[in-house]
Design a protein around this ligand. Sequence first.
Ligand code: GLU
Length: 263
Amino acid sequence: MINFKEKELIVIKIGSNILTTKDKKPDLNNLRDLVNQISYIKKCNKNIVVVSSGAIAYGTEGLGVVPKSISEKQAAAAIGQVILMENYQNLFAREGLKIAQVLLTKDALLDATRAEYAKNTFNTLLDRGIIPIVNENDTVAVEEIKFSDNDNLSSMVSVLLQADLQIFLSDIDGLYDLDPRVHKDAQLIRKLTQVSDEMIEKISESVSAVSRGGMKSKVQSAKYLLENHIDVIIASGRQSNVLIDLYNGVECGTRFMGESCNV
Ligand code: GLU
C-alpha cells in the first residue's frame, strides 16, 4: 500500500490532455478542480511541486495558427505559459495559496552546479509554503536539449528533490495488461514492484497501434523513479476527486512501489 498520508514531498505531473477540451481549448473547469484538490492536500501539511504541461495548447489561440514547426510551438508556449500561470495563480489565490513559476531545461539539470541552484530555489520556495509550478523552458529547448516530454522532466525533478511520491495525471486510468482500446478484457494493473525493459517494449507496441503516446514514457519514468526509491502512481486526472481519493487510500490507477513496501 502506498500510504500517501505518510509522504512529505509529492510531485504531481499534469498532462496537457487533462487541461484542454476535446477541441484543444483550455479546460478551465478541470484545471480548477485539480487546483482545489491540490490545495486540499497542501493544507494537510504536505509539500507539493506541480509539473504542468499545457503552455503550447493555451497559447495556440493567441498565436493565430495551429503550431506545427518547432519555432511555432515555442512561440505558442511563450504565449500560453503566461496564460497557464495566470490561471494557476488566480485559482490557488482563491485557496489562499501562493505559487511560483520554475522553468527548466535538461542541460540545466544535468549540470551539477545549475542543478544545485535549482534545488536551492525549490527548497526555499517549499520552506515558505509556496507551490512551485514547473514547465520546460520551451524557448530554449530544441531537440538536443529537450526533455523527451514533461514525464521525464517531472521524474528528474522528483529525483533532484528526493521526493517521496510522484503522481502522473493524464487521461488514461493507469497501465493495462493489454491495450484497452483493442482488447475489451484488458485489466488495469493495480500495483507493480518492478518494471522491466520487456514490459516497456510491449507498451510501445500497443501505444503506436492506437496513437496512445504517453504511457510508455510514464512507465519508463516509473522504472527510473523506482530505481531512485521513489513511489509512483499513474492515474486519470479526469476521474472525479482522484487526488483526494488517492490521499485517502482509495485504490485508483496503477501504483509502482519499492519491493520493501508492504503491498
Ligand atoms: N512544455 C510543453 C507545454 O507546456 C509540454 C510538453 C509535454 O506535454 O510533454 O505545452
